[in-house]
Design a protein around this ligand. Structure first.
Ligand code: ADP
Ligand code: NI
Length: 217
């Protein structure tokens, strides 16, 4: 099967897998991450097929929506790629991307590294910040029935992976626990540049939010 045909099949598979997904982790999230990844990849020497497959399959069965089970996503992706006779080396690399892409709180070292993972991770992180990031975050908070903001509950920096995952904190706290940390963790020059603009936009949003909370402006 040619690469364009494989990508076409992958897109259809992912759309079908994510039918009815939470609004921040649906097909449109994947589409934005895919486009971000193609954009970033233009500035890097990389294996484009691995970037494309990694971007398309990175959230195919997110553990958050499967009782924390981190094995389902890689397994679903592997079965799909094997059924399309993708070579073993490519499959192993795509699975490593899926297993290592995710932000797991402040204290998590990634064990695998490649330029293709760097690109897909930046592409995913860009979709977590800026206007889209704000929209996704409040959508997720609503999905989990969390308060928007509670001035009595401070953000927790330096969360371990398990604490980060178990957090039921107000949605505004997620800005401090994750979103505002991403700008300084970008891997690529293109990603870093785009992240800076999106970061400033979130800072402006927060300033306006607190001013309105106090009845100012
Ligand atoms: P990652 O794949 O980097 O672990 P997640 O899938 O956890 O990222 O998060 C993706 C997006 O989902 C976040 O950027 C945010 O918009 C939303 N989200 C995830 N966890 C939370 C949370 N605890 N509170 C609010 N939004 C969240
Ligand atoms: Ni994602």
């Amino acid at each position: 099967m040619s690469n364009p045909t494989l990508i076409h099949h992958t897109i259809n598979f992912v759309k079908q897998q994510l039918e009815g997904a939470e609004g921040g982790h649906d097909w449109f999230h994947i589409q934005r991450v895919y486009n971000n990844a193609l954009n970033i990849a233009q500035g890097e020497a990389c294996d484009l097929l691995i970037v494309q497959l990694g971007a398309l399959l990175h959230d195919v069965a997110d553990s958050k929506f499967y009782n924390g089970d981190e094995t389902i996503g890689p397994r679903v992706a592997r079965e799909f790629l094997e059924s399309h006779s993708v070579n073993g080396q490519t499959i192993a690399h795509v699975i490593a991307i899926i297993e290592n892409i995710s932000f797991k709180g402040g204290n998590f070292e990634k064990k695998f590294s490649s330029i293709e993972l760097d690109i897909v991770q930046d592409a995913d992180r860009l979709d977590a910040i800026g206007a889209i990031g704000i929209a996704r975050t409040f959508n997720y908070g609503g999905f989990k029935n969390r308060p928007i903001y509670d001035p009595g509950i401070a953000p927790e920096l330096n969360l371990t992976k398990d604490q980060y995952k178990a957090s039921a904190a107000p949605t505004i706290n997620h800005f401090y626990e994750k979103l505002l940390l991403l700008k300084d963790r970008m891997n690529t020059a293109t990603g870093r540049k785009i992240a800076e603009g999106r970061h400033r936009y979130m800072e402006g949003f927060l300033a306006q939010f607190y001013a309105e909370w106090e009845g100012e402006l």
